[in-house]
Design a protein. Structure first.
Length: 132
């Protein structure tokens, strides 16, 4: 993909188009929209754009909470998403928000001991540190 190749402008264009396309579907499935938002956020984070990425997580998390059972079906996977969000918040100097998100992830893990994550987010290459 353009994102894996660190082609920032091309990848960003297609992430934005995918979000618009998903939102325009008459029978929108918000859980699927969250995938587009989280992936775009991960991509932005790989470019050091933590504030923008955190904004996408802020948009996606309530949709995910309202429309899916990820917290119930994959609490450790959900905690991994929260870990990513916490990292972005810390990078954006939002310590209090990051602490609240960290507490939420810790609580999910504590109340679901013995489970493992089915969803494991795949990071994008650290494009800022590579010569392209």
């Amino acid at each position: 993909s353009y994102a894996q190749l660190c082609l920032e402008q091309d990848a960003e264009q297609w992430f934005k188009k995918s979000i618009v396309a998903r939102e325009s579907l008459p029978d929108i499935e918000y859980a699927h929209l969250t995938v587009n938002l989280f992936e775009y956020g991960r991509f932005l984070a790989s470019w050091g754009r933590a504030m923008e990425a955190a904004g996408l997580y802020e948009r996606a998390l309530p949709l995910l909470d309202a429309s899916s059972t990820m917290q119930k079906d994959d609490p450790f996977g959900y905690a991994l998403v929260l870990d990513e969000y916490e990292t972005l918040l810390r990078s954006a100097a939002r310590k209090a928000d990051a602490e609240a998100v960290a507490a939420r992830a810790k609580s999910l893990r504590a109340s679901n001991e013995g489970k493992t994550a089915r969803f494991k987010p795949e990071p994008y290459p650290n494009c800022r540190s590579e010569a392209h």
